[in-house]
Design a protein around this ligand. Sequence first.
Ligand code: FMN
Length: 171
Amino acid sequence: MDVLKAIRSRRSIRKYDNREVEEEKLVRVLESGRLSPSASNRQERRFVVIRDASTRKALCEAAGNQKFVAEAPVVIAACSIETEYIMFCGQRAYPIDTAIAVDHMTLQAAEEGLGTCWIGAFDERKVKNILNIPDGVRVVALLTLGYPSTIPLPTPRKSLDDLVMREKWRS
Ligand SMILES: Cc1cc2nc3c(=O)[nH]c(=O)nc-3n(C[C@H](O)[C@H](O)[C@H](O)COP(=O)(O)O)c2cc1C
């Protein structure tokens, strides 16, 4: 088990081969989302898997014409069916729960030799129309999935010193 290796190898992939993603790999990616935690274990996430080329083209347009959304052989729309639940800390749970599932999927995809890119820039109304998603369900993210044709260099990250404070907040 080497989770950090998958974390280190993951990149946002914006160039894809047209090779299909094997169903068993796709199922393992989805399984990682299924197994991910959610607040009070409510599991309100739902995933729409799109392989159809014309639907991917429509989603590409709904995502501001980010070309790779149509090029990736699979797009997953990560949704939440229950958006009202507020945790004791005052935060709404659904975007957090759905994001955790999507992040698990990106890491399992990396383990499978697949690339992903989280898409937050999309018109939710258009996406819901394209995918017949009912009122009351929110689309939190689109995720492209496929074999990378180009693997970019890692993007920079702040150092642990920049991020971590010990015991108390340090201004
Ligand atoms: C919430 C969220 C929304 C994002 N939306 C987009 C997007 O719409 N289009 C895109 O090309 N990348 C998008 N990204 C990818 C980020 O740009 C990328 O994760 C970041 O630059 C770090 O690069 P890396 O993923 O290769 O480490 C998004 C990432 C996150 C977490």
